[in-house]
Structures are given as structure tokens and as C-alpha cells.
Design a protein around this ligand. Structure first.
Ligand code: ADP
Ligand code: NA
Length: 329
């Protein structure tokens, strides 16, 4: 039985990319594993968050995860700030990781943009906190989207350097579990950027709580090219928007892109978008309904998260205490 750790930022509302790239796999991985899923609010504040909104979104996203099928009895579900072991180990890792390693992180370059002088130092050391999230549990399996693979390599580098510097075999190697075809869902506005809630100016993403009309409107407005759908995936080459819509359809219908194109190749995007809308609505309606039901009882969600935090702390505290001892603290 492997111990799994993964997290999601409680900024905004989880979207279709989070669902297909992460949450859906988290649900499946509850079977036969010890699964630990975290709302990473400490990561969220690396960029400005309105305090009341952050607190509310932490609850809403917890409700969403439960609505998607994360069972807080089978999994440990909690918010990061409630377990201080994350921040304690992250500080040690700030002192293990090298400046040059972090300087090579492409996600930092993307998120910092041109104005590097103005971003928080937390955004720069974000991957060290992510390494701490995982290694505080000695978790070895990390189901994430493909956007996180560079961060996981860094986490392994940190674990190795810690073990080397302190002459121990304390932190285990981490195995990324990046799930093939749906590992990266792209923005509906720009097929070359990933769908992300961190991209505040891009409102094209489909949130898991969007109502049917909003979903239909976002899909109708999704950028496409003038050609019809091809009949074979090879002919999606150089057509990132078409590839993305076909990929979303395939993932939601649990079929291959080739099968999608066998059924819909030769169609224009108009009719295809209508079919896609029906599919997205069918998948998201039960999730939205259940999220709204759960979110109406915020005290219950808080109690679930507190209970999860106590279970998480029981695992992480002794591990981080031992790391501190090894360091000489
Ligand atoms: P965001 O980038 O939207 O803020 P998070 O950083 O909270 O999302 O990521 C939560 C999980 O969702 C991670 O495992 C990440 O790899 C996955 N994920 C995020 N965006 C996408 C996407 N567009 N396609 C596939 N997976 C994604
Ligand atoms: Na991300």
C-alpha cells in the first residue's frame, strides 16, 4: 500500500483541468492506497488573496473535492495551514535547496512574468514548500498534472541533498504519477496556455460549479480554427485548440481521441461544441449540485477539515521532528 500525497490551491474554484488532471485520479487512487489530499492555502498566499475570500474558497473547494468523490473517511482531507509541520519542514528545505535550482523553475518564470522584482519571495521558494508537503509524510506517490513534473524533480533533488548532507537515508524517492492524455488541459481562450485558476485575467476556464448556461457559453466562445474536425488525431498537429477540445471530450467520455474523431471527424466545430457541452454538463451537474448542498453547511466542512488535520499531523509531526533533530535543531 503506497502513501499518496497531492494538493490543490484553494484560490478560485477548481476547474475542468484540475478535475481531469488531478482530482479524478485522486478519487481512483483512494482504492488500495493511503491517500492524503491537501488544500494548500500556504501556497495560495504566494500571490495576494483577499482573506475572507481565501477562507471561503478553502471551504468551497473542500466541498468540491468531497462532491467529486474524495471520501474524508478513506482519505485524509485537510488544509495545509492547520498542520504546522509543512511550514517547519519548508524552512529547512529553504536552507537545503540551492538558489540556482529554483532559478531554473519554468513555472516561476511564467508566474513572475516580466516584473520579477515585485513578486513575493514565497512565490520563488514555492517548490520548497511543495517538497515539504510531500516529504513531511514520506509519501512516495504524487498524482499531479504534467505542469508539476519539474517541481517533483526538484523535490527529489532536495530529498537527496538532505540525505547526503546529513548522512542518512531519511527521505524516500518520490514517483510522479502523471496521467497520460489528460495531464494538461489547455485554456479555452488560448490553446497554448494551460487552463489555470492562477491566470486571473483568463475567465474562459470551466469551473466545476459553473451552471449549464455558463458552461454552454464558455464552450461556444472557445477559440477554434476555421477547418472542420479531422478524422485522425495525427491531423490535430499544429491545431492546439482543436486538440484540446477533442482531448477534453475523450477524457470525459473515457474514450481515445481517435475514437472521438471516428465519431465526429468531418464535423464543423459548431455541432461538435454542442455535443461537448452536453457531455460537460452531464458530468458537472451532479458535482455542482452536491457541492452546493455541502457548502450550505460550512460548520460541517470545517469539522471535516479539522479532523483531517489531526490525522495528518499525527503522521507528519514525528517525521518533521526527526528531520529537525537530524539538522541539529
Ligand atoms: P491551478 O494551476 O489551476 O492554480 P493548482 O496549482 O491548484 O491549479 O493545481 C492542482 C492540481 O491540478 C495539480 O496536480 C495540477 O497539476 C493540476 N492541474 C492544474 N491545472 C491543470 C490543467 N490545466 N490540466 C491538467 N491538470 C492541471
Ligand atoms: Na498549478
Amino acid at each position: 500500500m503506497a502513501r499518496i500525497f497531492s494538493g490543490i490551491q484553494p484560490t478560485g474554484i477548481a476547474h475542468l483541468g484540475n478535475y481531469l488532471g488531478a482530482i479524478r485520479n485522486w478519487v481512483a487512487l483512494q482504492e488500495g492506497n493511503e491517500s492524503i489530499y491537501c488544500l494548500v492555502d500556504l501556497h495560495a498566499i504566494t500571490v495576494w488573496q483577499e482573506p475572507a475570500a481565501l477562507r471561503a474558497q478553502t471551504r468551497t473547494n473542500a466541498a468540491l473535492l468531497i462532491a467529486c468523490g474524495i471520501d474524508p473517511e478513506r482519505s485524509i482531507l485537510f488544509h495545509q495551514s492547520a498542520v504546522h509541520a509543512h511550514a517547519r519542514l519548508a524552512w529547512i528545505f529553504n536552507c537545503v535547496a540551492r538558489f540556482g535550482w529554483l532559478n531554473r523553475m519554468t513555472q516561476f518564470k511564467d508566474k513572475a512574468g516580466k516584473d520579477r522584482e515585485a513578486v513575493s519571495t514565497g512565490l520563488f521558494v514555492y517548490p520548497n514548500l511543495m517538497a515539504a508537503d510531500i516529504l513531511a509524510y514520506h509519501a512516495t506517490e504524487v498524482p499531479v498534472g504534467e505542469d508539476q513534473s519539474q517541481h517533483l524533480e526538484l523535490a527529489n533533488d532536495i530529498a537527496q541533498k538532505f540525505n547526503h548532507d546529513y548522512g542518512v537515508e531519511f527521505f524516500p524517492a518520490i514517483h510522479p504519477r502523471i496521467i497520460g492524455g489528460t495531464a494538461r488541459i489547455m485554456s479555452l481562450r488560448d490553446g497554448t496556455k494551460k487552463m489555470s485558476k492562477s491566470e486571473v485575467s483568463d475567465q474562459s476556464r470551466i469551473n466545476l460549479t459553473d451552471d449549464d448556461d455558463t458552461i454552454a457559453q464558455k464552450i461556444r466562445r472557445a477559440k477554434t480554427d476555421p477547418a472542420d474536425l479531422p478524422d485522425h488525431p495525427e491531423r490535430l498537429e499544429g491545431r492546439p485548440e482543436a486538440r484540446n477540445l477533442v482531448g477534453i471530450f475523450a477524457a470525459l467520455a473515457d474514450i481515445s481521441p481517435a475514437e472521438v474523431l471516428r465519431a465526429h471527424g468531418g464535423q464543423g466545430f459548431g455541432p461538435f461544441k454542442e455535443r461537448l457541452t452536453e457531455l460537460v454538463v452531464a458530468k458537472l451537474t451532479p458535482i455542482r449540485t452536491e457541492t452546493l448542498r455541502l457548502a450550505a453547511a460550512p460548520d460541517h466542512i470545517d469539522a471535516v477539515l479539522q479532523k483531517g488535520a489531526a490525522r495528518a499531523a499525527a503522521i507528519a509531526n514525528p517525521i518533521v521532528a526527526e528531520a529537525e533533530r537530524l539538522v541539529g535543531l
